[in-house]
Design a protein around this ligand. Structure first.
Ligand SMILES: Cc1ncc(COP(=O)(O)O)c(C=O)c1O
Ligand SMILES: [Zn+2]
Length: 394
């Protein structure tokens, strides 16, 4: 595992020396990236060794990429290396099944890494605002690490998120509001309470964990880029993390230099700040009023890292788009019946977006596409059943 050489601000490129926990850039409040000296790694960490040796090494899941993750003893429940499932109907479409992670969502990757570093630095109390799945993941990894988890989430999160956070022993507060209100409460109270805030993009390690999705999808496609990646976007950590992974892999010589995938950010039309800013050609998003969608993970009215996402979407030749909840639900039903995959509403937003971009001609059926089902459909039993009009038998 490499030493962190420094942190770099994503906005003003200020360099922050390594050592100790980090929050955001002191100059401009931009998110910080973890940087390593990759040059000496070029020879040591070659990709064939990763493919060959990960079983013998005892580093399963996302920790197979430990050669480009910070040097610390992992807090792990076996996250990462999730299945890549080829669609029955679209031979060039692959679903990255992140519901297979511990706690049933891709949030496991970022929070395994963030809690690993929190333990490494000796932090004792963490706090997070969450749309739901980050709460469950933090609660689980905090339980493994013996760290206190303080969780604030909207009172109408899927029941599974509330249930799991309680079961893992977190301090849970349900808030009459959105994730942005939860974030505000933490910001107000953290100093007095002694909490370290691991909000999306307000510390550098959740991106570092989620970047493993980028490494993984390239390795699972035979160390080649797909043509496009569909990412259900709330705060955008995974999208930002994958783009970082692509840059690192190119520097390491792990992927044939060529065209990076078009990055496609998918939102619900009930909360689409990134899609609206993208269409308007803006550099940052505006707070989305009265955000509402059954794809609860997408209910982020003003993502902190909007400026990073918008830059990536444009640089990659991608797009941000939003779909109505009815369209998302129709796609969810379609995939359950015709592919045997019960998607999360967020994942179904991506499948609906795929259908849409085929009809507009933005993509063709020949394009190789990876689409993220970011959470397990079963975590949403209450929410999806209600949307589909399925009642619990009396
Ligand atoms: C299932 C699911 N998909 C997507 C998202 C959005 O993730 P990100 O904040 O990385 O954009 C979330 C966030 O809560 C989620 O739980
Ligand atoms: Zn800065």
């Amino acid at each position: 595992m490499p030493e962190i050489s420094q942190f770099e601000c994503s906005r003003c490129h200020e360099i922050v020396p390594a050592g100790g926990p980090q929050t955001v850039c002191r100059k401009c409040a931009g998110s910080l990236y973890v940087r390593y000296d990759l040059a000496p790694l070029r020879g040591l960490a070659n990709r064939e060794n990763i493919s060959k040796n990960h079983f013998a090494s005892g580093w399963p899941g996302m920790w197979r990429y430990r050669s480009i993750l910070p040097d610390a003893e992992p807090v792990t429940l076996g996250e990462g290396w999730t299945p890549m499932i080829r669609s029955r109907r679209y031979p060039n479409l692959f679903v990255k099944e992140e519901g297979a992670n511990p706690t049933g969502s891709f949030k496991a990757r970022g929070l395994a890494m963030a809690v690993t570093m929190a333990r490494h630095y000796g932090l004792k109390k963490l706090a997070v605002p969450s749309a739901g799945n980050a709460a469950g993941a933090l609660a689980a990894y905090a339980a493994v690490a013996g760290i206190e988890a303080n969780i604030f989430m909207p009172k109408d999160v899927p029941f599974a998120n509330y249930f799991e956070a309680i079961m893992y022993g977190a301090n849970v507060t349900l808030v009459d509001g959105l994730i942005s209100d939860c974030g505000r409460i933490i910001a107000e109270r953290k100093e007095k309470e002694g909490w370290f805030d691991i909000s999306t993009l307000k510390e550098p390690f959740r991106v570092e964990g989620k970047k493993t999705m980028g490494y993984e999808l390239v390795e699972q496609l035979g160390w080649e880029y797909p043509d496009a990646v569909f990412y259900p976007t709330g705060g955008g950590v995974g999208l930002i993390g994958m783009w970082k992974a692509f840059a690192e892999m190119e520097e390491l010589g792990w992927v044939r230099p060529g065209k990076r995938p078009r990055m496609i950010a998918v939102q619900s039309s009930g909360c689409a700040p990134v899609a609206r800013a993208f269409e308007a050609g803006e550099k940052a998003s505006q707070m989305w009023k009265d955000a509402s969608t059954f794809a609860s993970g997408l209910r982020v009215p003003k993502p902190y890292g909007d400026y990073i996402m918008l830059e990536i979407l444009r640089e990659s030749g991608g797009v941000a788009l939003s779909l109505a909840d009815e369209t998302i639900l129709a796609s969810l039903k379609d995939w359950a019946r015709n592919e045997g995959i019960l998607l999360s509403p967020e994942g179904a937003a991506a499948t609906a977006a795929y259908d849409h971009l085929l009809t507009t001609g933005f993509l063709t059926p020949q394009d190789r596409v990876v689409l993220f089902n970011t959470g397990a459909g079963l975590k949403y039993t209450d929410v999806t059943a209600e949307a589909a009009g399925i009642r619990k038998p009396a």
